[in-house]
Design a protein around this ligand. Structure first.
Ligand SMILES: [Zn+2]
Length: 100
């Protein structure tokens, strides 16, 4: 179990192809949003915080990349939900950055 996070091995199988589609969707929206809002800190700490806060407020959508298909109009992960989550995370981190 100790190698799980570094090697993504489960019961001897590599599970590197199991991906959370929410991460990709949030990453795309984060890049779009941060480029459209002036004054957002882009240091690694703030970008990681925005990414984590966004992901923690949205449902995970795990898929196998070999059978990966973008699910359109997924009621559990709408564009509106992603946009709101990222906007809220940017506002939160901008108001309370973990640095001076
Ligand atoms: Zn920062």
């Amino acid at each position: 179990m100790s190698d799980f996070f570094e090697e993504r091995v489960l019961l001897g199988y590599h599970i590197a192809y199991i991906n959370n589609q929410t991460e990709k969707t949030v990453a795309e929206e984060l890049e779009r949003a941060i480029n459209n809002i002036d004054g957002v800190c882009r240091c690694q700490l703030c970008v990681e915080d925005i990414f984590m806060l966004s992901l923690n407020s949205l449902p995970a959508r795990y898929r196998h990349s070999a059978t990966f298909r973008l699910v359109k109009n997924d009621p559990n992960l709408t564009d509106d939900m992603v946009k709101k989550a990222v906007a809220n995370a940017i506002a939160e981190v901008s108001a309370h950055p973990k640095h001076d």
